[in-house]
Design a protein around this ligand. Structure first.
Ligand SMILES: [Zn+2]
Length: 434
């Protein structure tokens, strides 16, 4: 027996390295990384801990490429309205009134708990008081690419916007190489809420610090139209003129893109986060995700914040993605289950700069692994586990979750924090809203 090893055996193993299912396979975890993946019939090594995965899918943890985790505080606070009214009349005022370090910590803890319980092992997040989000990440044991938000007006924790980039860079310096599960980053809100000077300074800080630059782009037709009228260019051209588009830039939403924009993004190697749940609820439109992928752009899935989705369940997001693109293109072959599953794992990992360490069960990668229990009426019979993951399963079917080899969810229960007390604290804060 080898100390510190875990063998997860039985079930359907989906390494996500190729489009293969190893029925009756196994995964060896050693020192927090994937040691080996076995097919049925292979001789299995002994291990200190053995997890019986019979009846489960064993696969890489899901990667949420876009979230504002503390916004779970505003879940269901304002629905069924245009993005501009939702943001300006509800969300910005609610943030001004209720966002402080204590509430950010509570909302982030709730979101991290929700994500881990529904099979998400990595979240790419951006908000204010992001240091509190980092503490919630440490406490819950999820993996995070975390960014302090940059916007050119007074924001929670940054009353003076002239130091917004400085604050964001200070967050990166505080968390760089400090905790293995946290990769810091910088997040500019949009090209219309950040000046060119701010955008350039933020990207320059990212380059100096060697971190990912994130930005919401072309979420609504209106913002694209306004820039076209004012400057005669698209937001992608604006970002390119500022030398912001490169392999370390994550573009979020990308609903209103033309072919030239897509070619430009592909040429520069920037990546994309597709958020169909949020984009359709706010009636922003649908990102041409298949066209982006056809051009070689890495596209991951994101939930966006719970205020515009309204949950953080990536299984739900996968199903929405597969069905929406079929309906939109009138093509039942569009966005097949494998493609969507890859977006939620391997491609998402690449989109946020972690393709070398997570997103598939390749030996040597971090052991971020989930077990999805197929022994449920709505998942019976299992002709094709990949079909079930995209079209029939939900986050509630996740049984066990490992992050960097550490088990954080067991039999559907979070082991790291007391979920009841997290919910009680959020309910206490929510009682002052509305
Ligand atoms: Zn967002």
């Amino acid at each position: 027996m080898t100390r510190g090893t875990t063998l997860i055996k039985g079930g359907w193993v989906l390494p996500m390295t190729d489009r293969e299912v190893y029925d009756g396979g196994a995964v060896l975890v050693k020192d927090g990384v994937v040691g080996a993946v076995f097919r049925a019939g292979d001789t299995l090594p002994e291990a200190e801990t053995v997890v019986n995965a019979t009846g489960c899918v064993v696969m890489p943890g899901l990667v949420n490429t876009h979230c504002h985790s503390p916004m779970s505080l505003f879940r269901g606070l304002a629905d069924d309205m245009p993005l501009a009214s939702w943001l300006n009349e509800h969300i910005f005022p609610a943030e001004a009134a209720h966002i402080n370090p204590e509430t950010v910590r509570a909302g982030a803890l709730l979101s991290c708990a929700e994500m881990l319980l529904s099979g998400t092992t990595t979240v790419c997040d951006g908000y204010f008081y992001e240091g509190e989000v980092a503490e919630a990440v440490v406490e819950t044991g999820i993996r995070g690419v975390l960014a302090h938000g940059v916007i050119d007006f007074p924001a929670p924790g940054v009353p003076d916007p002239s130091v917004n980039v400085e604050k964001a860079a200070a967050f990166v310096e505080a968390w760089k190489d400090r905790f293995s599960l946290i990769t810091p980053s910088i997040f500019c809100h949009t090209p219309y809420t950040c000046s060119e000077k701010t955008l350039s300074a933020a990207k320059e800080a990212c380059r100096l610090l060697g971190v990912l630059f994130q930005i919401h782009v072309a979420e609504t037709e209106d913002e694209v139209q306004r820039l076209k009228e004012e400057r005669g260019i698209s937001p992608y051209q604006l970002l390119d003129d500022l030398h912001i588009l490169d392999e370390s830039t994550l573009l979020i939403h990308n609903v209103w893109m033309n072919n030239g924009d897509m070619d430009l993004v592909a040429r520069r190697g920037a990546t994309a986060s597709h958020n169909p749940g949020s984009n359709t609820k706010l009636a922003s439109g649908l990102c041409p995700a298949q066209a982006l992928m056809d051009k070689g752009i890495h596209v991951g899935l994101g939930t966006d914040g719970a205020a515009s989705n309204n949950n953080l369940d990536l299984f739900n997001e996968m199903q929405v993605t597969a069905k929406l693109h079929k309906a939109y293109s009138l093509d039942p072959v569009a966005m097949d289950a494998w493609t969507v599953l890859e977006m939620a794992t391997r491609e998402g990992a690449k989109a946020i700069g972690l393709g070398g360490s997570i997103g598939s069960l390749l030996p040597g990668k971090r052991a971020d692994i989930i077990l999805v229990d197929m022994n449920k009426p709505h998942l019976t019979p299992t002709h094709n586990p990949v079909s079930h993951l995209v079209y029939a399963a939900s986050g509630a079917d996740v049984r066990d979750v490992f992050v960097e080899g550490r088990q954080v969810v067991k039999e559907g229960r979070l082991l790291t924090v007391d979920v009841d007390s997290v919910m009680a604290e959020v309910n206490r804060i929510a009682a002052f809203m509305g």
